[in-house]
Design a protein around this ligand. Structure first.
Ligand code: PGA
Ligand code: ZN
Length: 430
């Protein structure tokens, strides 16, 4: 089957916030195709690849006509006739064609949709499912552990609470399917509890319950009660994971906690979060301090100890060099990996490999603005990520990904792979 690129087209599709985004479709000589859609973040790090948006009045300035033109014009011109299985060569050519450090000329959205479509088309040219193509050479596959949002806060819920994601990880579940079953029960129990307390007010950006709470701690208390109400033992069956997304409310070592009406410094944040670690069964905590607070992140990582995943998102922006230097200084121990932060699949893979080389764990993550695109689930299985974070347990842009994991579980079972995560919790370090 030919692997030469015959055509590259972009079309405007719509994301889970009702905003325009870019879909790239690549057709090969011989007719095989691959396509992918760019997601979009809301709590973005400053070192991320930058989307090309048109500005102006239409769709709040979020239209992507410029990015579509880039794919249909310059990018198509670059790729047509090339071998689609040369992912690293094509990604390097895309980076060079763009020519800017943050991909703003052609657009991170144009480039990531194209880079992921290249992988899909390449897998199709070899008649392989994407996870299998991406995992070429690996003998041992496993399903990632789902990390699922129950309450959404921060930039995803009008800053109703400061913390962005209140999540659960079904650490005691024996496989991927069971972890979804347990999570479904916790999500339902949390909704019932809020409804009984007169606090139910819809869902946030990623499908988690809208956090109509008076404080961050009240949300944590409700989460604990929801786990118990669903019949599970907190910590043993179902543990808590938080994304503080502190870059959104912290700068230069000062943090403004809107919900609690307090301003605290970096040490104060550490103290508050360490208090939560002591009181609640929290196994992972993401962006506990702002992206410009490397020293705070170093101190927090040391104080939290090796059994807590201190997850770097905005701090590293899926960048291999940033991960290596963060690891050298002991700031964080787990990398959140988002393809559209890096911009190409090859750079995403380099960041993933840099994390493992540093002894870090990895979590493949969606964005708050998502679509039916399930590429990242295949990355998680094909590359061997420990966890998968795609938002809550409602809304089809989220469920599309959890459900794709079930399909991959069935495929893996047939192939003799492991349905359970790589290690039990708490984690032994690599
Ligand atoms: P974002 O949030 O997609 O809005 O950046 C996700 C995250 O912070 O992990
Ligand atoms: Zn985050």
């Amino acid at each position: 089957m030919s692997s030469l690129i015959k055509s590259v087209i972009a079309r405007r599709v719509w994301d889970s916030r009702g905003r325009p985004t870019v879909e790239t479709e690549i057709t090969l000589e011989g007719g095989r195709t691959g396509r992918a859609i760019a997601p979009a973040g809301a709590s973005t790090g400053s070192a991320e690849a930058v989307d090309l948006r048109d500005g102006g009045a239409a769709f709040g300035g979020h239209d992507v006509q410029g990015a579509l033109r880039a794919v249909n014009g310059e990018i198509a011109g670059l790729l047509i006739g090339r071998d689609v299985t040369d992912q690293s060569g094509l990604d390097a050519a895309l980076i060079e064609l763009d020519g800017t450090p943050n991909k703003h000329r052609l657009g991170g959205n144009a480039i990531v949709a194209t880079s992921m479509a290249i992988a899909h088309a390449a897998a199709a040219s070899q008649n392989l499912p994407l996870w299998r193509y991406l995992g070429a050479g690996r003998a041992d596959f496993h399903l990632p552990l789902p990390e699922v949002q129950i309450f959404g806060g921060g930039a995803h819920a009008g800053r109703r609470v400061d913390v962005q994601d209140f999540m659960v990880i079904a650490v005691g579940a024996s496989d991927y399917a069971q972890s979804l079953e347990w999570t479904a029960e916790v999500y339902r129990a949390a909704g019932l509890l809020m409804s009984e307390a007169g606090l139910l007010a819809g869902v946030a950006d990623e499908g988690g319950w809208w956090p109509a709470f008076d404080s961050n701690e009240q949300a944590l208390d409700f989460l604990l009660r929801a786990i118990e109400r669903a019949g599970y033992t907190p910590g043993q069956d179902v543990a808590i994971s938080l994304d503080i997304a502190a870059t959104d409310f912290g700068r230069k070592g000062q943090y403004s906690l809107a919900r609690d009406g307090r301003r605290i410094d970096s040490d104060g944040m550490c103290e508050m979060l360490l208090g939560w670690l002591a009181r609640y069964p929290i196994v992972a905590i993401e962006d506990p301090l702002a992206e410009d607070d490397a020293e705070g992140l170093r101190k927090f990582t040391a104080a939290a100890g090796p059994n807590v995943e201190v997850v770097a998102d905005d701090f590293i922006c899926t960048n291999a060099a940033r991960i290596s230097s963060a690891a050298e200084r002991g700031a964080c121990n787990t990398a959140l990996i988002k393809p559209n932060q890096a911009g190409t699949l090859s750079e995403t893979r380099a960041a993933f490999d840099a994390a493992h080389a540093a002894g870090w764990e990895t979590i493949i993550s969606a964005r708050s603005g998502e679509t039916e695109d399930v590429t990242i689930v295949h990355l998680a299985v094909g590359w061997g990520a420990k966890q998968l974070k795609v938002g809550s347990f409602s809304r089809s842009e989220r469920m599309a990904k959890w459900n794709e994991g079930l399909r991959l579980a069935a495929a893996l079972e047939q192939a003799g792979g492991r349905l359970a995560p790589r290690e039990s919790f708490p984690w032994g370090r690599r």
